[in-house]
Every structure is written in C-alpha cells, then in structure tokens.
Design a protein around this ligand. Structure first.
Ligand SMILES: Cc1ncc(COP(=O)(O)O)c(C=O)c1O
Length: 454
C-alpha cells in the first residue's frame, strides 16, 4: 500500500517564509512595455513581468538557514583561505558531499572555468567535450585549444525518448584519441545535464566507461558539474541499477570518476553567487587559489557560508530535487501533447523546437524573440531565446527556446499559467509576426538587440 492510500503524502518540502508580490498587468501595459523595450523581452523591467522563465540561474529561492548564514561578516578573501572560518566550514561540506580534498571557491562557474582551463588546457591541444556550455567553450578556446564534440548522435534527435542524450559516444572518443594521440588531448570535459541540446543527462554507466578510456590513455577527466543534482536525480529515475541509491550517493559516485570539477553554485545550490574548482591535486589548488586572488574572483565569507548552510539541507533527503524535477515534468506533460517540445523531459526546463513550432513555413525571422514577444504581450510571462547553442548545432540549423524553471520559486499554478500561454501561442502561431533587427551604428554590438515588428 503506498503513502497516498494510507492518507499520507509529502509533495512539497518547503513552505513560503517571504514572498514577492507579482503584478497582474493589462495587455495595453504589456504592449507599451514591449514597444519601449524594442520587442526585446530581456529588457522589460522586472516589475512588469508576471512569471520569469528566462533563466534558472541565481534566481532560485534560498532557505531561511541560507539567508541567516549569508550575514557572515568575517574575513573570507585574501591569500590564506585556510585562516577563514567560512572557508573551513565550506571545505568540510565539499569534502563530505563531493569527496574532493582540495577546492577553490570563486564568484561564478565561469570564473572557475577561466582559471581551471588556463592551468590545464595547453595551447594548440584538443579538448574532447559533449556540446559544452558557451562559457566553458570560450575559456578553452581562449587558451588556443580546439574543442571536438564527441557527444552521441542522439543529442541531435529531438523527437526520440533516449534517456541519456548527454552521453559521450565512446567510439567517437576512442577514434579521436587514436587519430590525434593521447598527448595532444589536454582533457575530456563532460557537462552534466547538457544545456544546449535540452538539459539531457549523462548516465553513470557512460561516465564510468569514459573514465576507463581516460585512465587508459592518461587523459584527465573533468566535469562541468553545475547541474550535478539534476543529473543525479535523472540517473536515479532512469538508470535501473541506481534506483535505490540516494542522491548523495549518486553525486559522490559521479565525482569519484573525475580528476577535477568546475561548478557554478547558481543553479542546483540555491544561491545567487558562487562557483568552485574541485581537485585532487594540492599543487593545482594552490595555483588556482593564487589565480583567483589575482583575477579578483574570490568568494565573500557570507556567500561561502550561504552555500555551506545549504549543502546539508540539500543532501538531508532527496525531497528538494524530486520536487524540482517533478515540477519541470508537470509543465512538460502539459505541453508535450500539443506543442513541439524536446523529448524526454529534462530536470530544469522545457525546450521548444522552433523549427517544428513554426512548421511548415519554417521559423519567422528571429523566431525565438518573436515568440517570446507574443507570449509576453498575451500573458506577462517572460521566456527567452536559448539555451546558447554549440557551433555544430548552429550548423544543423537548430533553433530552440527554453522555459527555464527556477528551483523552489514557482508553484504548479504558475506552471498551469505558463502552459496556458504557450499552448495559446502555438494555437495562434500563424498570427505571430517576425521581427527585424534594427541596425544602429551608435549602438555597440554588445548592447541588447532592438527590433521592429514585420
Ligand atoms: C552548464 C553550465 N556551465 C557553466 C555555466 C556558467 O556558470 P555561471 O553562470 O555561474 O558563470 C552555466 C551557467 O548557466 C551552465 O549552465
């Protein structure tokens, strides 16, 4: 007899302690806001947004314990990190949950990647990866190395239900090592829950086989583990032999396969700032710590304490992540029957295939931005173009739009409203007008794009 039939269920492992009111705007207000923002929903002021699914990074709800810990004002920065209480509290948590003896805290995932690739990636060498995130990609390329994608072909097939589309193709990896020589390959860098192809996970079985190849050829294996909790939750659900394991056990088993890890704390770890390098090598840690000091990307004591307070809460049970992936699946289930979303569901967002959304006429010019503008005008909900694609996806003509669901921020009622808005947009897709980008010599190419409707 399961819990529900005995009258006991625990669906949501938290309660609201503080809330932010959300304004219900009129369509006329939203139309005016869109025109003022030149049809770029990214620059519409936050107070005119009802539900914001443009990112799940740095916008999740922290716990009361994390807020209290963030008030820490003791010294955290400087050269002697071991002298900082906040650093030591965090180091103990990192050792316990991820199994690494050495770590360097940074401000974000990208600052960790910058330092780690500078130390480990040689100019002119090759890095084997699985459609790595743009920041990882840029930092590798800035060292003068070349990235070769060795992800399985399933990553490019949006319609099948392959449970682990983030997996490395072992034959492609072996072939690369044979062709280029192990000495030419600086590292194998594996992103967990591969954002650019739909947030698809990497299985432990696949990672373990990659580790065997890496060890045989003495090539370091690094993880981009920003979404390690999400990846581990999907392993638990989809990889039969780990069904009885706790999330904490799967996270440790994942980390045990890696020589080093870079990680942003902004996604799975429920804070607004923070990143890490984990390593087994004291020398690399010392170099990375010095580089973080020189780059000015050391983490404040309050930020370290907020993460240190969150980790025991997160690992105390699987409830937080179970509820998170179930909420994303709730939204996915509502859309998958009618709207062309990437299959299967991921752990942090729902991804729309724009080529299919606008078929058979094909995507409008600036399809993602045009759809986002339409959805905002009708509902006040913000969605954004993305995730950022790898060059091999751009070459294939991939066009995606991601509904990123921040952790613990919204209720399933919000998800109902999102499904309603996106379902309506799909039904009215022939009404959605494409956009034209305004070329203005006075504006830098880095400024947010401005559009007019066609
Ligand atoms: C997979 C992945 N890697 C790295 C990063 C970079 O992390 P940050 O934004 O903390 O610099 C992100 C950010 O979204 C990400 O999703």
């Amino acid at each position: 007899m399961d819990g529900a039939t005995k009258g006991v269920t625990f669906s949501v492992p938290y309660e609201m302690a503080v809330v932010r009111p959300l304004r219900q705007t009129t369509e006329a207000e939203r139309q005016a806001a869109l025109a003022k923002a030149h049809y770029n929903t990214d620059i519409i002021p936050q107070d005119l947004i009802y539900i914001d699914l443009s990112t799940d990074s740095g916008v999740s709800a922290s716990s009361t314990g994390q807020f209290a810990a963030a008030q820490s004002v003791e010294p955290g920065m400087g050269l002697a990190s071991e002298g900082s209480g906040a650093y030591c509290r965090l180091a103990a948590q990192i050792q316990r949950h991820f199994g690494f003896d050495y770590f360097v805290p940074t401000t974000q995932g990208r600052s960790a990647e910058r330092i780690w690739t500078k130390i480990n990636v040689k100019p002119g060498s090759i890095v084997a990866g699985n459609l790595l995130f743009p920041s990882t990609r840029s930092h590798i390329e800035m060292t003068g190395a070349q990235i070769v994608d060795v992800i399985g072909e399933a990553a490019h097939d949006f319609a099948t239900d392959d449970p682990f589309k983030g997996n490395i193709d072992l034959d492609k990896l072996e072939k690369l090592v044979q062709e280029k020589g192990a000495g030419q390959i600086s590292c194998i860098y594996v992103e967990l829950s591969v954002n650019s192809c739909g947030g698809h996970p990497v299985s432990l079985g696949n990672l373990s086989a990659v580790e065997t190849i890496a060890a045989r050829h003495k090539i370091p294996l690094f993880l981009d583990a920003c979404r390690i909790l999400e990846n581990s939750s999907l392993i638990k659900v989809r990889e039969a032999q780990y069904r009885q394991w706790t999330l904490a056990e799967i996270v440790r088993a994942t980390c045990a396969l890696a020589d080093g890890v870079t990680m942003s704390a902004l996604k799975d770890f429920l804070v607004g700032t923070g990143g890490f390098i984990f390593t087994r090598d004291r020398g690399s840690q010392q170099k990375a710590a010095m580089q973080s000091f020189l780059d000015g990307v050391q983490l404040s004591a309050g930020a370290m304490d907020a993460i240190a307070a969150g980790l025991p809460e997160i690992f105390a049970s699987d409830a937080y992540m179970t509820q998170r992936i179930e909420q994303v699946k709730y939204l996915w289930d509502k859309l998958a029957g009618s709207v062309p979303v990437l299959r299967p569901a991921s752990g942090h967002g729902v991804f729309i295939d724009l080529n299919e959304f606008f078929a058979p006429s094909g995507p409008e010019p600036f399809a993602a931005e045009a759809l986002a503008a339409f959805v905002y005008q009708k509902s006040g909900i913000r969605i954004s173009k993305g995730p950022p694609l790898a060059p091999s996806q751009v070459a294939r003509g991939v066009e995606l739009l991601r509904l990123a669901v921040p952790a613990r921020k919204y209720l399933n009622g919000h998800m109902d409203d999102v499904a309603n808005a996106v379902g309506y947009a799909f039904a009215q897709r022939n009404e959605i007008r494409g956009l034209q980008k305004i070329d203005d010599a006075a504006r830098s190419k880095y400024d947010p794009a401005h559009f007019v409707t066609l």
